[in-house]
Design a protein around this ligand. Structure first.
Ligand code: TRP
Length: 329
């Protein structure tokens, strides 16, 4: 049995890219009997970017309810809130001491901030807090605390898993074989989900479609999809964003039918109307569940508390092994 672990940061509303790129495949994985899955909400990682308590609460429940609405089964998956696992922060500190500072200097997220500051003539560490700087160490602790074998992530997180492996390796060299060195689990196909403007769907590009906004918001977002200026009656390019999005929500035969209509000259307005209809048909049942959980947050808390109980059983065992290895027990 292999252990799979991944975290999602509550720094915004879940969007369709998160769903098809991360949530759906992770839930499918959890249905396999060969995998034991640990999925958590990385609330303390979100602290580096969130501006207020209100944002934390809003995004935390948005993400938690999204996972449940999308079919995460808390009986199958150990589903918990990062900050409930105090052992994580103890391991984080221990790992700090086998992490070369230079390794953190090379981490993408930190480096990107520094480069932006330099380009703008600011102090290189302007607006860089230690949470951002140490981010990869806490992420390593998240992973190693559970002896995870595989970590499903997007390509943007690949470096973080490599860093985690380096840190585990350093620890093992110094104290003997103690920590499992994790592997990233990347589905290349799922990393290219297209956004409203044809680029990768990402919060930083402002081109996302919120997963569980209301119907009206979904419609508005879909009508913002960028198209070319071909008129109704003119054949459309099947490589267009409308078609790429349409395919996500339908069977192969429906996808084929839509493509044929595009080639026959379906107008953009009608194409978008049809895209809205299939997206809404797909999302409605999950949206209902989402709204239910959002209205019953106590139930969500109870699910996460029970998950934390289960997670702590493993976390305590691993932390004890680590404490023994360093001579603290
Ligand atoms: N850094 C990840 C992201 O931004 C979230 C995360 C935190 C994570 N801890 C993790 C992912 C541990 C996998 C494993 O998406």
């Amino acid at each position: 049995m292999k252990r799979v672990l991944t975290g999602i940061k509550p720094t915004g509303y879940a969007h369709i890219g998160n769903y098809f790129g991360a949530i759906k495949p992770a839930i499918e994985l959890s249905k396999h009997d060969d995998y034991e899955c640990f999925y958590f909400i990385a609330d303390y990682h979100a602290l580096t970017t969130l501006n207020s308590k209100a944002e934390m609460k809003e995004y935390f429940y948005n993400i938690a309810c999204t996972w449940l609405a999308c079919g995460l089964d808390p009986k199958k998956v150990v589903f918990y809130r990062q900050s409930d696992i105090k052992e994580d922060f103890e391991l984080n500190w221990i790992l700090c001491n086998v992490t070369p500072k230079g390794l953190m200097n090379r981490a993408h997220a930190y480096k990107a901030c520094v480069e932006k500051n330099e380009a703008n003539g600011l102090d290189r560490d302007d607006k860089v807090n230690m949470g951002l700087y140490n981010y990869p160490i806490l992420m390593s602790a998240d992973i190693m605390l559970f002896d995870a074998d595989y970590v499903p992530v997007g390509l943007d997180q690949k470096q973080h898993i490599e860093i985690a492996r380096d840190i585990a390796h350093n620890f093992n060299i110094k104290y003997g074989e103690t920590l499992k060195e994790p592997m990233e689990y990347i589905d290349e196909n799922n990393n290219t989900l297209v956004g409203l403007d044809g680029r990768k769907m990402s919060k930083s590009y402002n081109n996302t479609i919120r997963l569980f906004g209301d119907e009206n918001e979904l419609k508005k977002a879909i009508f913002r999809v960028v198209t070319d200026s071909r008129l109704p009656g003119e054949p459309k390019d099947v490589d267009c964003t409308v078609n790429k999005l349409y395919k996500l929500f339908v069977s192969e035969s429906e996808a084929k039918e839509f493509e044929e209509d595009l080639l026959k000259g379906l107008g953009w307005g009608d194409a978008k109307k049809r895209l809205f209809e299939v997206a809404n048909r797909y999302l409605s049942p999950m949206r209902e569940k989402f709204n239910y959980y959002m209205a019953h947050k106590k139930e969500v808390d109870a699910i996460l508390d029970a998950g934390a109980e289960k997670a702590r059983i493993v976390a305590r065992k691993v932390l004890r092994r680590v404490r023994k290895a360093i001579g603290a027990e």
